[in-house]
Design a binder for this molecule. Structure first.
Ligand code: ADP
Length: 395
């Protein structure tokens, strides 16, 4: 009997591995069998529960949304890894403490208080102070026990900073496009209406008006062409495109220089190239020409008469080359440099417009570099000229 009692005691302590020795008396023997059977069952059940808990914890930990579970007093039960990262919390340090003690985010704390009082799910969107102002979507879900009594709240936090930023960029872009298109359209409309009012008997005046209208239409065309180029470039992904070839850099540069010969000559600007032999880029001949063409066109447009422009290309190492356009123009003040490649960014709007610029040229150059797996750089000094550089992978 004492063997049975001590085995039962061991089972009660959770040591389920040792079977009860089977006594000879048959009643006691069946009791021992029953105990052993029970121990076996318990062993299996506990194993299952542990596996299940492990599985749940893996799922919770690998969720990309931040999750904090807390009881009705806002005492933290668990914090998953995404929430640790997003809110700079530590699961172990957080457990058992009040959320407002470990997290000083007034808006989020208010939201949690609201979620605790609410009947069902509550949703919101707010900006965190931590991490330089992240935008997050938050959701509070009531946690219920098996009697459907509320035992706490599950807080889910999703970082939407990137998404919001993209939406903002897109709507800024749409606003910019509308604004850019409005000016030439207003011009065209204005001059046509004037002509309808005053008639077209005065041939010289009519000719002037038509000239303005044609220039405005040209401008519309240029903006739309550049916008289409950008849209196409955004859909181009990676260097596996059909139609890509090894393009010799010398060929690109010389064909661009020839294309702009007349424009350069009109301002007595000389263009020169210094290109290492044998350099080539794997990519689209047409796009690379467009990029170098935009840089040369800017250099000619913004430089004073009689200056020189030098296009250089040299290998940086086995895999990378540098192609730069250096001018002796007015240069660009340092505060403009970080934003120069943004769409519609101009240092001097009136000057750019007068020169027929769309404000999209450098954005196109940057995108062309990107689709070739490269990047753009600029160095400039006021009064001393600018150097625009394409850094590209070699063929
Ligand atoms: P834009 O059509 O106005 O030339 P870009 O995107 O090509 O548009 O260039 C953006 C702005 O950068 C220009 O408006 C101009 O202010 C400045 N910029 C570009 N290239 C040069 C250069 N070579 N020298 C001086 N300023 C330049």
């Amino acid at each position: 009997m004492s063997g049975l009692a001590s085995a039962a005691g061991r089972f009660a302590e959770g040591q389920l591995g040792h079977a009860v020795p089977r006594p000879r008396a048959s009643e006691l023997a069946s009791l021992a069998d029953a105990l052993n059977h029970m121990a076996g069952e318990l062993h299996t059940r506990i194993g299952q529960l542990q596996a299940q808990r492990g599985e749940q914890s893996t799922i919770i930990q690998s969720m990309s949304d931040g999750m904090i579970a807390m009881d009705v007093d806002q005492r933290v039960l668990t914090v998953n890894r995404a929430a640790e990262r997003l809110l700079a919390l530590d699961d172990r340090a957080a457990r058992g403490r009040l959320l407002q003690e470990i997290l000083r985010e007034p808006e989020l704390n208010r939201f949690v208080a609201e979620a605790i009082d609410a009947q069902g799910t509550v949703r919101g969107e707010l900006r965190l102070q931590f991490g330089g102002g992240k935008d997050v979507e938050v959701r509070g879900e009531p946690m219920l026990d098996e009697h459907r009594q509320r035992v706490g709240v599950l807080l889910l936090v999703n970082d939407v900073t990137q998404l919001r930023r993209l939406v903002r960029i897109r709507s800024d872009f749409a606003a910019n496009v509308s604004h850019e298109l409005r000016t030439p359209i207003t011009n065209i409309k204005g001059y046509v209406e004037t002509m309808l009012d005053v008639g077209w008997d005065d041939e010289e005046q009519t000719r002037d008006f038509l000239g303005v209208i044609v220039r405005a239409a040209d401008r519309l065309e240029a903006i739309i062409e550049d916008l289409l180029s950008l849209a196409e470039l955004e859909q181009t992904s990676g260097p596996d495109r059909v139609g890509w070839e090894d393009v010799p850099v010398g060929l690109i540069v010389r064909s661009v220089i020839t294309g702009f010969e007349a424009a350069a000559a009109a301002k007595s600007i000389t263009t020169r190239d210094e290109i290492d032999a044998g350099l080539a880029v794997r990519g689209s001949h047409q796009l690379l020409e467009q990029a170098v063409g935009n840089l040369l066109s800017n250099a000619i447009n913004y430089s004073p008469e009689g200056t020189e422009i030098v296009i250089r290309a040299n290998a940086i190492d086995e895999t990378t080359l540098e192609l730069s356009v250096a001018d002796q123009g007015p240069g660009i003040a340092p505060q403009h440099l970080p934003r120069l490649f943004e769409r519609f960014y101009r240092v001097d709007l009136a000057r750019s417009r007068a020169l027929g610029g769309t404000g999209l040229g450098l954005a196109i150059v940057k995108h062309i570099a990107l689709v070739h797996g490269g990047r753009t750089e600029v160095t400039s000094e006021l009064g001393a000229g600018s150097v625009f550089t394409l850094v590209l992978p070699r063929a």
